[in-house]
Design a protein around this ligand. Structure first.
Ligand code: OAD
Length: 236
């Protein structure tokens, strides 16, 4: 029988890697192919909006051709069947958690399938390109940008994340290198308040020493096995 009830899960690019979406920091990963400073900062967007919009248009189109893998499906099953509180905080900007069926998902770094109007500050579901400067469905201004948190910008809903973490008995980090804050700092917050911590990642993350337990291997193997464990504990 497990002795925890409230779970916060942090996911990163490693969860979507086996769906064919590039991670950021692997050899040949996204940040080796593109300089962060060129495509993922407000300054880059101000300097060369066409380059930035084209980059995100390509990524938005690409994720729509991918499908959830076993890790997304297992987390969706946990979301459906876990009776306690559960929050999947994802750094990923794809929609694979949702397409697998997960509902309790928070996108702290934004979402590819949203456009944000910087004129009227509204967000809109968006699947097509932004390169041709379509009008905002709400105010008509040609001021839509990707709804992605760029370097130097504040991740979304940190208050909600810390509130959920404050109630958590278990914090699990899956498929993230632990290189980007504030996400990378959540394990230390959890630890400081006595929450159990578990890492599931292909290799030790930068913050692996902060976890009570770490299991290393592909997410499509580790996550379903861990979800089975947790759900069998719940009914036991
Ligand atoms: P990274 O690319 O930094 O790290 C991905 C992690 O996943 C690495 O530790 C890999 O070892 C691991 N990994 C790769 N394949 C895996 C697999 N099949 N199963 C399990 N683990 C696997 O990606 P993130 O940590 O998500 O931010 O990066 C965090 C943030 O940095 C991103 O959200 C993005 C980026 O810059 C923004 O765009 C704001």
């Amino acid at each position: 029988m497990t002795d925890y009830r409230n779970i916060v899960i942090l996911t990163g690019a490693g969860v979507s890697a086996e769906s064919g979406i590039d991670t950021f920091r692997a050899e040949g990963g996204l940040w080796e192919q593109h300089r962060v400073e060129d495509v993922a900062t407000p300054e880059a967007f101000a300097r060369d909006p066409d380059l930035v919009l084209r980059f995100y248009d390509m990524r938005r189109a690409a994720i729509q051709t991918k499908v959830p893998n076993g890790a997304h499906l297992a987390l969706a099953r946990l979301d459906r069947e876990w009776a306690g509180n559960l929050l999947i905080v994802t750094q990923n900007v794809d929609d694979l958690h949702e397409r697998a069926g997960a509902r309790r998902v928070l996108h702290m770094h934004g979402e590819h399938l949203n456009a944000w109007c910087t004129a009227c500050d509204t967000r809109h579901p968006w699947r097509g390109p932004l390169m041709d400067r379509p009008p905002c469905p709400h105010c008509g201004a040609n001021a839509l940008r990707p709804d992605i948190v760029w370097f130097g910008e504040m991740p979304y809903r940190m208050d909600d994340i810390y509130a959920a973490l404050g109630q958590a008995d278990l914090f699990v980090s899956i498929g993230t290198s632990g290189a980007v804050y504030p996400a990378a700092g959540l394990v230390r917050e959890a630890r400081a308040q006595g929450t159990a911590t578990l890492e599931l990642n292909l290799e030790p993350s930068q913050g692996t020493r902060w976890f009570d337990e770490a299991r290393h291997g592909p997410a499509s193997v580790l996550v379903p096995a861990w979800v089975d464990e947790v759900l069998s504990g719940q009914s036991g």
